[in-house]
Structure formats: C-alpha cells, structure tokens
Ligand binder design. Sequence first.
Ligand code: KG4
Ligand code: ZN
Length: 344
Amino acid sequence: MIIMGIESSCDETGVALFDSKRGLLENSIYSQTKIHEPFGGIVPELASRDHIAILLPMIKKLLDNQNISLSDLSGIAYTAGPGLIGSLMVGGTIAHALSFGSNLPVIPIHHMEAHLLSPMLERDPPRFPFLALLVSGGHTMIVEVKEFGKYSILGSSLDDAAGEAFDKVARLLSLPQPGGPNIEKLALKGDPLKYNFPRPLKNRGFDFSFSGLKTAVRLTVEKEFKANKDVERIELIRSDIAASFEHAVVDTLVSKCIFALTEKSHERIIIAGGVGANKKLRLNLKLASEKIDRDVFYPRTDFCTDNGAMVAYTGYRRYTQRKKASSPILIKPRWKIDELGFSS
Ligand code: KG4
Ligand code: ZN
C-alpha cells in the first residue's frame, strides 16, 4: 500500500510517498524562507500563493521519480490543520481534487499528530505508551500518548510557543527567520551562562510560558545595545544573549520533561516539531533522561521541521486503522490534538 502525503500548513511545501512494505520511498521539501525574509515573518497571502505555484509540479516530480502513477496509490493524506487557513486550503483542495479525479480516498491529517508520529519513520521507533514533547512554531505541549490515536495534553504554553520565542528573540538580535536555527548558530559563539534569563513556570506543573523570557531578553538587548557601541563588543553581546536564551529555553523544556516522566511514570519520551531540531535540546534531554534511566527518541532533524513524510506515514496509520469512512472535512485551521480518536 502506498500513501502520498501533502504538507502545506505554513511556509514549507512537502510531499512524500510512504509504502507499507518498503517504508519511505521519497520525501521532497521546499521552503519559502527567501520569500518571507524581507518581511521579517511569514506573510500568509504570499505563503498560499507560493503553495499554489509549487505543489502540483512537486507532486508530478515525486510520482515521476518513483515511476508511480496516481492509480498505484491507496490514498492521499494531507495536513488539514492546524495551520494558516490559506495554506491549508491549497493542500486540502489539491488533495481532494486529485482524489476525486482518480477515485482515491482522501485522508485529512492533524499536523501535530504527524509531528508526534515522526519518530516512527526511524529505524528504532518508540513503543507505546510514551510522552511527547511537541515543540513547533505554533505549539508547545507535553502529550501523553497511550497508543495510536489516544492522546491527552498534560501541559501546554499559556502564551508564546517555544519556536515563536526563538523567532521573536531572533528579530531582537536582527537575525533572519526562521529564528531557531539562526539563534542556534549564533549561540555556538556565546557564553550560555553570561545572562541568567528567567525559566518561567520551571518547577510548577506541566504548563509552559515563554513571553516573560522574551521580555527579559528584550530588556537586556535594549540595555546592552544602549551601553555599548563598539561593533566587536556588540557582536559578543549578541552571541552571549543568543546562547543564554537558548540555554534558558532548553533548561525549561528539559526540566518539564523530566518532571513529567517521573510524575507520570513513563519509560520513554519523544521530541518532535521544529524546535526538536535543536542540538542542545536533543543532547540535554538525552543526558537528563539517561540519569533517571529513561529513553529518548527523536526523528532526524529533517523530520522535525515540517515535511510530507510525517503526513504520508500518519496517513498510512489512519487509513489502516480507521473503522469508518473519514468525515468529509476539507480543513480545520484550529484543531486540538486530544479531539482525535481512532477514526478521524
Ligand atoms: O514544526 P515547524 O517546522 O513548523 C510549525 O509547525 O510551526 O517549527 C518551526 C519552528 C520555528 O519557530 C523555528 O524557529 C523553530 O521551529 N526551529 C528551531 C530550530 N529549527 C527550527 N528552533 C530551535 N532550534 C532549531 N535548530
Ligand atoms: Zn510543524
């Protein structure tokens, strides 16, 4: 059985083919970073226009490369939400049109469930049950995953998502978007202990809050940039702020995960979503979990940020496990992961 996956929820266009026997056949990703760069953030209208221009040619190339035609597929999975309404509409409309034209089932996918299942694409996937730290541009949450389709949210961000905080701090430091990878790069040259930024809600429950941290960084930037005019000195300050901010976010995320693992007596945790590509987060969570004898799983970095492979895989799981025909939704820009059941 081969399922095609289409991802277009934000500023990445992703298409992939997942074969139940051979695994992932091909995964192709196109990022709109350059288009949005002059605006300092994602412009939703430009994002959807670009998805329109690129998606069908990408699908054609994907199928041609694999010598596969639409009639060889068992279904077309696409991200139905959450995400930007116009961008979701493009993927949803194309998936529905292709499925209508070739009489294939269409499988609407929850973007965060796709992130959550992305470690399953790896050679050594986690066994259920497990905890999941989902950290993307729009969401930060710890989810208890009892089995496929059974998710309960233990805690989530009360304000900014972790990725959003990376993006906003990047803007304060005049770094291009997306902020996460650029902060990570700049942080390599800085001292993570130079500024002691707050760790909001660190030892209190499962919820997160990042807006106070962002404000603390803003105040430090304003103070330091006012007091220092030397170019080399400013460069050093920028790297120290990037490193100290990254350290504060990673420290907060890791301590929440360790607290959740022990409090809920789970054996393993996965990290997924764009911020899951952060090397310091991956390393520190691994080290901290090893100390309490727990296992950590994460997808390769290409599968942390948005991609079609996770959508194709989740489509395969949804298609094989559903007990009734899927409800005829096109998109759901707002959609909670714990509203999902076995049959979507
Ligand atoms: O999952 P994703 O690709 O898109 C959403 O579903 O939102 O996540 C994008 C977010 C952005 O905020 C980006 O800055 C962040 O993930 N990100 C990172 C890294 N790579 C991407 N944050 C920290 N370190 C990274 N290496
Ligand atoms: Zn995402």
